[in-house]
Design a protein around this ligand. Structure first.
Ligand SMILES: Nc1nc2c(ncn2[C@@H]2O[C@H](COP(=O)(O)OP(=O)(O)O)[C@@H](O)[C@H]2O)c(=O)[nH]1
Ligand SMILES: [Mg+2]
Length: 282
């Protein structure tokens, strides 16, 4: 949107182009309409004339909408802090778990990971490779084992070993598969039996390239478990990061982390200001 606006005089056509650009970047219809109607009003009233003024105006509106909630990961008063990671197939859960484990270890915290995706041998193998490469401990069950049992064992192991953080990776499930969704609830309650108040963080991984479909996923998962944050993976693969605003508008769950590639270090705390500046890059 930067190149649309810099050096331009504002008129109806420019405002239309901004509207299209917001919609195309997945900002969502409601948010776009409300921002555009404010912008149009200000242009018609002669309050804004130059494109640069519109950039300031829009950035302020977007800043208001992204909100200022706490985006840091939970840190339980008593170890272990338990972080449950959920989402549909292929969005980037396992990669995000490995990245989060790596980031926590860089901060000097001890980490245990539970491979509660027991459906596919490949899934456990994938986490096995990460655990060897990044040197974190892994609890896994037999292939086909009950994922809730693996989560239970992992909670027990985390307590026994006194680790700081237990990360639980889960199988991908379609938000439309009732049985699997119930099982996610079971994983959560089994962990709770072992560690009161856990999980302290329930992160939903969304694929930034999936646009509005990601919202439907978040709504469905939110009905089963109490989501505390979103990991927006694959933000490197799209210019359509406006989904962050749509998530805020519809769900009010903070985006806490963003995935920016496939390497262990390719994860960052979500920074609204960097994000808003990027929306107006050239
Ligand atoms: N470009 C990019 N690829 C990612 C990112 N996160 C995950 N992936 C890739 O997405 C694919 C699916 O990831 P995986 O973690 O197995 O998804 P899961 O099924 O949800 O566990 C893999 O090829 C990952 O390397 C990201 O932030 N950026
Ligand atoms: Mg996985």
């Amino acid at each position: 949107m930067g190149s649309l606006l810099r050096g331009r005089q504002l008129d109806d056509a420019t405002v239309d182009e901004i509207e299209t650009s917001l919609l195309r970047s997945d900002v969502g219809v409601k948010t776009t309409e409300s921002i555009i109607s404010d912008l149009r009003q200000a242009v018609n009233d002669g309050e804004l004339q130059r494109g640069e003024e519109a950039i300031d105006f829009l950035q302020e509106r977007l800043r208001d909408r992204i909100g200022t909630e706490d985006r840091s990961l939970a840190n339980a008063p008593e170890s272990p802090t338990v972080i449950l990671v959920a989402g549909v197939n292929g969005v980037g859960k396992t990669t995000s778990v490995a990245k989060i484990a790596y980031a926590l270890m860089q901060e000097g915290r001890s980490v245990l990971v539970a491979a509660a995706d027991t459906y596919r041998a490949a899934a456990m193998e994938q986490l096995g490779v990460w655990s060897e490469r990044l040197k974190f401990d892994l609890v896994r069950g037999q292939s086909g084992a009950d994922p809730a049992a693996v989560a239970f064992d992992a909670a027990e192991a985390a307590l026994a070993r006194g680790v700081d953080v237990l990360l639980v990776d889960t199988a991908g499930r379609m938000h439309t598969e009732a049985g699997l969704m119930r099982q996610l609830g079971k994983i959560q309650s089994v962990i709770q039996k072992k560690i009161p108040n856990a999980p302290h963080e329930v992160l939903l991984v969304l694929d930034a390239t999936q646009g509005q479909n990601a919202l439907a996923q978040a709504e469905a998962f939110g009905e089963i478990v109490e989501l505390t944050g979103i990991v927006l993976a694959k933000l490197d693969g799209t210019a359509r990061g406006g989904i962050v605003l749509a998530i805020h508008e519809r769900l009010n769950i903070p985006v806490k982390l963003v995935g920016l590639g496939e390497r262990p270090e390719d994860i960052e705390a979500f920074d609204p200001e960097v994000f808003i500046q990027a929306m107006f890059g050239d």
